[in-house]
Write a protein that binds this ligand. Structure first.
Ligand SMILES: [Mn+2]
Length: 310
């Protein structure tokens, strides 16, 4: 296994230095060029450390780096799938630093970078950053698929507010910005306001609330609500904050790792998942478990995608 990753240094100095990002290989899983080069990769990760409207605890801009750091410790072999999913090739793009002034201009800038990342036909997973960025891939895929697309949204929140703290571009509004084109199906939702509830009823959106997770056939309800083409948006505050306290707006309750895997396994197998994002990790100094969980979540998505497309 040592051949595939650069991180397995032999000397004590190398081990000591491995916590310093300038000594680490940048690529997801610590993959070497053989499996991380763009030419070879069937999967691409687009890290977007964008944070402009976080409403409670800040830190999502450090999410992508924490995911990449933690990923170097994820086991490459997946026993559930009996495969080594990294063999499809996983390219990690440089951090997309959005330099335009204001969220709206920044999102327009992201649209260009996102389209470039998708141009090669790879399966693209965007790593946030705050949830605001999801409207870019959601609308990009809506354009490409003539709106024949649904969103599977793992989240504690519906994100259907028209505005929040005076801005249309808040992470709390991201699904409202796309709902006219693409319908979200929410999973793990447990914090909404009354206007969101009215909109959910008016549009007939399917929400599997957190307390429904694990009940008989809960995942059937989700799959039945989704069309064939699915964009997958995974806000990590879906998880019980006992598992992932490292997020901007933690809500009690929420999903388990096994519930997330149960649904992901089925949605990749039974639908056409066109692309994905994982957002809202806000790392906590000294607590690596959430970073590791999110890195493994990304790798499981790649594994399920590979199982469908191998
Ligand atoms: Mn959320």
């Amino acid at each position: 296994m040592g051949q595939r990753r650069h991180r397995r240094g032999s000397s004590a100095l190398k081990r000591a230095m491995s916590d310093f990002s300038w000594e680490d290989p940048y690529a997801f899983l610590g993959l070497g060029e053989e499996f991380a080069s763009l030419e070879r990769a069937q999967v691409a990760l687009l890290p977007v450390p964008f944070e402009a409207t976080t409403s409670y605890k800040e830190g999502t801009r450090r999410g992508p780096e924490a995911i990449l750091q933690a990923s170097r410790h994820v086991e490459l072999y997946d026993h559930e799938l009996d495969s080594e999913p990294f063999r499809v090739g996983i390219h990690t793009y440089p951090m997309v630093e959005l330099t335009a002034g204001g969220p709206e201009a920044a999102l327009a800038e992201l649209r260009e970078r996102y389209a470039e990342a998708c141009a090669g036909g790879r399966f693209v997973i965007m790593l946030g950053g705050e949830h605001t960025i999801t409207q870019v891939p959601a609308l990009y895929w809506a354009d490409r698929l003539n709106d024949e697309l649904g969103i599977l949204q793992f989240d504690a929140h519906a994100d259907l507010r028209d505005s929040f703290h005076g801005t249309l571009w808040s992470h709390a509004c991201v699904m409202r910005r796309v709902v006219d084109r693409v319908k979200p199906t929410g999973v793990g939702i447990r914090a909404i306001d009354i206007e969101e509830k009215r909109l959910i009823d008016e549009l007939g959106l399917t929400m599997v609330y957190a307390e429904e997770l694990g009940r008989p056939a809960w995942e059937e309800r989700v799959l039945a609500a989704l069309p064939e083409n699915v964009y997958l948006s995974f806000d990590v505050d879906f998880f019980d904050p006992a598992l992932v306290p490292a997020t901007g707006t933690p809500e009690p309750g929420g999903g388990t790792w096994d519930q997330a895997m149960t649904l992901l396994r089925r949605v990749f197998a039974e639908k056409n998942v066109v692309a994905a994002d994982v957002v809202e990790l806000a790392p906590l100094p000294g607590i690596v478990a959430p970073d590791f969980l999110v890195a493994k979540l990304v790798y499981k998505m790649i594994g399920y995608w590979e199982a469908k497309n191998r």
